[in-house]
Ligand binder design. Structure first.
Ligand code: ATP
Ligand code: MG
Length: 482
């Protein structure tokens, strides 16, 4: 049985699901790097550098094609992230043909060719060897045959190659699946997911980026094998997860839950999907609220991660009062703790972990609408992330019921206006804004040490209340007594 069928809450995908659907989408729209030839067939318009790389290889007697994501994106009118080139030339041969190259992954057949300042990954046609760890092939074998190289690729839409001399090579029906909006494994999906479990998460990632459905057999296999993704490295999972989160459809993370992927890599989300809310402020389960909140914020890694984690502490803190109303008092602290655990587990960088956990911790911050309170809050929360709390609070509010929504948004706008006044007027909010520095205290005869730190803290405390007191002579006179 697929895990999809085993779930009983909030199963329906929201209307965003339909954005990507629609049979027979038009290939190669007006905009974008693809075009049509005289007979109306979609063609890929290669950038000059890519043409140059392919032509150089062809002139040296090898086959060469643009392949994978760049061909797919060209046909969809999306701007390719990068142009990957596949060739019959072996790595040593590639290096002989081009003046400037970098050994990127010689063992796997990849050489980076530098044209001006840009690098293009050129990879030898290859057959992946046996997969014994569901992660990477034990070895790769180079081949002269493009078809064999295309066969090792994950999805039909990613298994197309193009060159100006040979045109499109599409042996697995990639163009048809592009038109239908389908993510379909190349060959037997059980086999393909069995070789590399990351492909299961990649299916969801491409579906989120492109608004595509996952083809039925592919989806069935993904659901049955999703538990195997626990063996994939944290780094690879993190990369794909982030691509889902910053895509146009972060809500599609729900597919990862439906397929049992999050159960294997982020069970904290599953707990939220199963945690109902009966409270006038809410209309969704905790998990649905989280998914919708991500749709309401800009496509930025820190902001999307903040929304992902902001309410994850709710299941642990859930209480039901005598009227049957659910509450989750103190959940923000627990959510921040969970964010810290999960982000470390997925090996995120320290800067991201710091920003996200602090934003999660403070997302429930309530402030009176006055300048002193806002200055104190900026000091406590941190100047770097304070302004990010506004989009976070708006995204949170917009994913709640409309109960008191207008008031919540208006309050948020007033706090923001106060914050902007504080910035405009340069009110002191941290020690670095204080008119007195450590050196001033030394000059005034105060010995360095904890007392000096305390003195500066007291001074800041006073000027947070009254910025007009942020005057060196006044502060030294009052606190040092000279
Ligand atoms: P993006 O635009 O996000 O870079 P992409 O399709 O180029 O998308 P990459 O991860 O850069 O994705 O991979 C490049 C190509 O390599 C893919 O299009 C696919 O053909 C192949 N590929 C990448 N990862 C795998 C994998 N795990 N299994 C099989 N083929 C893969
Ligand atoms: Mg790519």
């Amino acid at each position: 049985m697929m895990q999809v069928d085993a779930k009983d809450t909030d199963r329906e995908l929201s209307p965003v699901e339909d954005q990507g659907k629609g049979a027979d989408r038009e290939l190669s729209p007006e905009k974008g790097p693809s075009d049509k030839d005289v007979s109306g067939n979609a063609v890929v318009v290669l950038p000059g550098d890519v043409k140059k790389v392919i032509k150089t290889l062809e002139d040296a007697g090898y086959h060469a094609f643009a392949v994978g994501g760049c061909v797919r994106d060209s046909f969809m009118g999306r701007k390719p992230q990068d142009w990957d080139i596949t060739t019959s030339a072996k790595p040593e041969e590639i290096k002989k043909v081009f003046k400037r190259t970098v050994d990127t992954g010689i063992k796997h057949g990849t050489v980076t060719v530098l044209i001006d300042k840009r690098g293009y990954e050129v990879t030898t046609f290859r057959i992946d060897g046996e997969y014994t760890d569901q992660r990477h092939p034990d070895n790769v074998t180079f081949t002269e045959d493009l078809e064999e190289d295309l066969r090792r690729r994950d999805f039909t839409i990613n298994a197309m190659a193009w060159s100006d001399s040979k045109g499109l090579v599409d042996i697995y029906g990639g163009t048809e699946d592009l038109k239908r909006g389908l993510i379909r494994a190349v060959g037997d999906p059980y086999e393909r997911f069995g070789e590399d479990a990351l492909r299961i998460l990649r299916a969801v990632r491409f579906s989120a980026q492109l608004g595509f459905e996952i083809e039925e057999q592919t989806q069935m296999a993904a659901g049955q094998l999703s538990y195997t993704i626990a063996a994939v490295s944290a780094e690879r999972i993190r990369e794909e997860l982030m691509k889902i989160l910053v895509s146009d459809r972060p809500y599609y993370l729900k597919k990862a839950w439906e397929l049992g992927i999050t159960a294997a890599v982020m069970p904290e989300l599953d707990r939220c999907m199963e945690c109902g809310q009966n409270n006038p402020h809410h209309m969704y389960s905790v998990g649905e609220h989280i998914l919708h909140s991500m749709e309401n914020i800009a496509s930025d890694p820190v902001l999307r991660l903040t929304m992902l984690f902001h309410d994850m502490g709710k299941p642990e803190k859930k209480t039901v009062d005598k009227d049957g109303i659910t509450h989750n008092k103190g959940h923000a602290e627990v959510s921040a703790k969970i964010a810290d655990e999960v982000l470390h587990r997925l090996k995120f960088d320290n800067a991201t972990i710091s920003s996200v956990t602090r934003l999660v911790k403070w997302h429930e911050l309530r402030l009176p609408e006055d300048r002193t309170a806002v200055r104190r809050a900026v000091n406590k929360v941190g100047e770097d992330i304070f302004p990010l709390l506004f989009p976070v609070k708006i995204a949170d509010t917009m994913a709640q019921s409309d109960y008191k929504r207008a008031e919540k948004l208006a309050h948020c706008a007033r706090i923001k206006a106060i914050y902007e006044e504080i910035k405009r007027d340069g009110d002191p909010v941290t020690l670095k804004d204080l008119a007195v520095k450590g050196q001033d205290l030394k000059d005034a005869g105060v010995a360095p040490g904890p007392d000096m730190g305390r003195m500066l803290g007291d001074m800041l405390n006073e000027v947070l209340d009254d910025p007009s007191k942020n005057n060196r002579d006044y502060l030294i006179g009052r606190y040092v007594g000279k």
